[in-house]
Design a protein around this ligand. Sequence first.
Ligand code: HEC
Ligand code: HEC
Length: 129
Amino acid sequence: MDPHTTQKEGRSCKECHTDPRALGLGRGTLWREDAGWRFQSAFSPAPDLLELDHALDSFVDVNGTSLVNFSRPWLRTFNRKEIEAVLRVGLCVDCHHRYDDPVIRRWGPPVWKNPCPKGRAAMTPHSTP
Ligand code: HEC
Ligand code: HEC
């Protein structure tokens, strides 16, 4: 799948690759620990009345577990692999934000294993708003 061939013009890499809302996690704070990504919703879980244990704007959790049922069978939330892939790009798009950037063109394990110093810093546990 190439998510980029049909995308609307004008959305920056960051808008998709670093924004938890774009991933369906909802509004909140994302951060990386040694064990992986964590997410804290900006909202409290929906009222008991609704019997939901997640915020109303969360469709999926950071582990890729879907929190909602869609009324259309072809709609689904991102799975864990996809969430991690999107966020991994997000670590680098502050600077590598063109499709013809050599880092993006060669995107894959060799590039991740041998990033520039800024990339290494980005890969250490940290928080993204
Ligand atoms: C409209 C939202 C959106 C925008 C804008 C966007 N991306 Fe993506 N990108 C995605 C999604 C969704 C994926 C798919 C992840 C998957 O399928 O595993 C993806 C995947 C990628 C991948 C492959 C990741 C992998 O490990 O397979 C790279 C590299 C990438 N994007 C770079 C960029 C760059 C650079 C920009 C800006 C020039 C950009 N993207 C803009 C949504 C977006
Ligand atoms: C704060 C800015 C910044 C961030 C964030 C950043 N980089 Fe870089 N990176 C650079 C600059 C500047 C260069 C040198 C550009 C050049 O050589 O044209 C570079 C070069 C590289 C190169 C060598 C490119 C080549 O052609 O040999 C790799 C690989 C790389 N970055 C990987 C990464 C990865 C992976 C990430 C995310 C984990 C990342 N970078 C995040 C600024 C950044």
